[in-house]
Design a protein around this ligand. Structure first.
Ligand SMILES: NC(=O)c1ccc[n+]([C@@H]2O[C@H](COP(=O)([O-])OP(=O)(O)OC[C@H]3O[C@@H](n4cnc5c(N)ncnc54)[C@H](OP(=O)(O)O)[C@@H]3O)[C@@H](O)[C@H]2O)c1
Length: 250
């Protein structure tokens, strides 16, 4: 059911404020665990352009992307997204920090990365300049030497033997008080979360572009899932459709 259609930047008079946008994403009980995923895709379903998401994005999409970081306890990433997109420290600006504190959240979100291989650079600023110590979820098969290297800059948590145990990962996050989980991708991690029936919400921006080619889809070729979605709201800005869906849990 469509509950709201709003315009992000149509005219100065009706432009929607950051606070109003944030409110639209706060419909669930913050005391309950919640896993939100956020993606941008072209109209024909491409999740990358020239190998990255940035070429599909725009100002309106980035604005919502930043606001979503003000609403979560932890930003969850697949290792390939961290490597490809060159993630630095997970740090929101002073205004967002203030808004987080007003919401009862820690000033900065924690960064959590999923990596089976632990092929991550411990010298990356995502670790060395992190406002709070990142968490790296891995599996029992990860190499000991890589584990020692990452252990120096992050909390390494083993969840699963060869494949990520999503339930164990979410329990670990919940045990640390990190209930509001915000996944920024990528497609392979999202497929893992979908297959584990762990996703509560999908925020999807449709970029006004037909990309063509063989870019991955946002679900990274997940198994045939057929997960039903309810539409929460639709924002429109600069030709981008900014959609919020909740997943009907199987
Ligand atoms: N359109 C968008 O909104 C959007 C958002 C994010 C990313 N992207 C794009 O997507 C691409 C990266 O996505 P991706 O799908 O290739 O990778 P990804 O999901 O970001 O990361 C995949 C990696 O995460 C770890 N991982 C994920 N699931 C796992 C599991 N079940 N068990 C163990 N480890 C697991 C593995 O790390 P190891 O390899 O370290 O073992 C795996 O290779 C980039 O091009 C990025 O630009 C697009």
């Amino acid at each position: 059911m469509v509950t709201e259609i709003d315009l992000l930047f149509p005219t100065a008079e009706s432009a929607i404020s950051d606070d109003r946008i944030a409110t639209l994403y706060e419909s669930h009980d913050p005391a309950q665990p919640w896993l939100r995923a956020n993606f941008v895709s072209s109209v024909d379903g491409a999740a990358t352009r020239d190998g990255l998401s940035g070429g599909l994005s725009g100002h309106a999409d980035k604005r919502v992307f930043d606001i979503l970081r003000t609403l979560c306890d932890v930003v969850l990433l697949g290792a390939e997204t961290m490597r490809a997109e060159g993630y630095g420290p997970m740090r929101v600006d002073a205004v967002a920090e203030h808004s987080r504190v007003l919401r009862g959240l820690a000033p900065q979100p924690v960064l959590a990365i999923v990596s089976g291989s632990l092929n991550l650079d411990p010298a990356s600023t995502a670790f060395t300049d992190a406002p709070s110590r990142p968490i790296v979820f891995t599996t029992a098969g990860a190499s000991r030497s890589r584990r020692i290297a990452i252990d120096a800059v992050a909390d390494v948590v083993v969840c699963g033997e060869t494949e990520l145990d999503v339930t164990a990962m979410l329990a670990e996050l919940g045990g640390r008080g990190l209930m509001q989980v915000h996944c920024e991708g990528g497609p392979l991690l999202f497929s893992t979360l979908l297959e584990a029936n762990a996703v509560d919400e999908l925020c999807l921006t449709i970029s006004p572009m037909i990309q063509g080619g063989n870019s991955p889809r946002i679900d990274g070729g997940a198994l045939a899932l057929g997960i039903a979605l309810d539409v929460g709201h639709i924002l429109v800005g600069e030709g981008f459709l900014i959609l919020r869906y909740t997943c009907v849990r199987r």
